[in-house]
Design a protein around this ligand. Structure first.
Ligand code: NDP
Ligand code: OXD
Length: 310
């Protein structure tokens, strides 16, 4: 029987994922990481922020499955062996991301935030009709999640630009790529949606220079990683009115420390890293199918590039 070891940073979550996997994938033997135990001899590891000791002890692993789309935590582990690392692709997260972005965008463009303030004052005052053309959206990262978000927002009638590493073709989306086209992309963007992976190339990308390139009265929606943002630069842009609103789901330090200026900033909206959560059924199905393919010697999707880091 193929053995799979589950290791997350938290024992409760490790137990939960073991149960979910045993229920969904009864043909595999699923064991939980236990720091005090001997090597289990597992062929596959299913992980989220695992301890570095996992890879030093489990030396028979053939592949590692990340229980999320972003692999930045995992790729930084010094003991990660040179075996395939696979990440979740969409697995129900793309629809959640689109919902998050449309909610945040409409709160501003359709005036729902303003109407909430009016309600508090018992005020009945329709705002001028919104024009989509006044709210051009730019999506950084056109992968599994970003491309879906770009299509969804474009489908509502907003002008949409996108930016990726290489050329991309997405109907209804004006696509830019590479460092040389970044300024052009920003010049088409009032509402910036970040869905880049966190890599050495993208760390700190949302800085003073980038924010200065956005269209006036900009909005920043960061739903990728906190490490993409230089916090002092974003706060300065908010205070200067360069950025009117920041919608932030992810932070350089999580949980966001209670003294952080974002908490009390009147034009910052905060959610606790929930823009898209890993859905158990989808995740287990995707991982199970990929383990079966690897066991049959067939190619699999979702393998992270060691050179690119995503
Ligand atoms: P993908 O790997 O599918 O897509 C990444 C996209 O980013 C690709 O279009 C890629 O370009 C582009 N990209 C990568 N590096 C660069 C670069 N240096 N310059 C320009 N573009 C670049 O990722 P996903 O869509 O699956 O996920 C994106 C991120 O979302 C995850 O890495 C994770 O951090 C975050 N996330 C956050 C969640 C939350 O709840 N807040 C939940 C899930 C994910 P190309 O197409 O040319 O390769
Ligand atoms: C992910 C996340 O990367 O939840 O999947 O952040």
């Amino acid at each position: 029987m193929v053995k799979v070891i589950v290791a997350t940073g938290d024992p409760g979550s490790t137990r939960k994922w073991c149960e979910v996997m045993r229920r969904g994938l009864p043909e595999f033997e699923v064991v939980a990481w236990d720091a005090g135990a001997e090597a289990s001899g597992a062929r596959y590891a299913v992980v989220w922020m695992p301890p570095d000791a996992l890879f030093r002890r489990e030396t028979g692993l053939q592949a590692v499955f990340n229980l999320g789309a972003g692999v930045d935590h995992l790729m930084g582990l010094p003991s990660l062996p040179d075996i395939p690392v696979l990440r979740l692709e969409d697995a129900g997260m793309a629809a959640q991301m689109a919902e998050y972005v449309i909610h945040s965008l409409a709160a501003l463009s359709r005036g729902f935030d303003a109407y909430a303030l009016q309600q508090a004052r018992r005020r009945w005052a329709p705002l001028p009709v919104m024009r989509h053309a006044d709210w051009p959206v730019g999506v950084m990262g056109l992968g599994k999640l970003g491309a879906h978000v770009a299509r969804a927002v474009s489908g509502l009638g907003y002008p949409v630009a996108g930016w990726a590493r290489g050329p991309r073709r997405i109907e209804g989306v004006r696509a830019f790529h590479g460092a040389e086209q970044l300024q052009d992309f920003l010049g088409h963007t009032r509402v910036l949606v970040n869905l880049l992976p966190l890599t050495p190339q993208t760390t700190g990308i949302i800085d003073r220079g980038l924010l200065a390139g956005l269209l006036p009265d900009a909005v920043v929606i960061n739903i990728a990683r906190g490490g993409h943002v230089v916090d002092e630069d974003l706060l300065a842009a908010l205070d200067a009115g360069r950025v009117q609103t920041a919608v932030l789901d992810v932070f350089n330090e999580e949980p966001l420390p209670s003294g952080h200026p974002y908490w009390s900033h009147p034009r910052v909206r905060i959610t606790p890293h929930v823009a898209a959560t890993t859905l158990e059924t989808h995740a287990v199905e995707q991982i199970g199918e990929r383990i079966r393919r690897l066991e049959r010697g067939e190619p699999v999707e979702g393998v992270v590039g060691r050179d690119t880091g995503y």
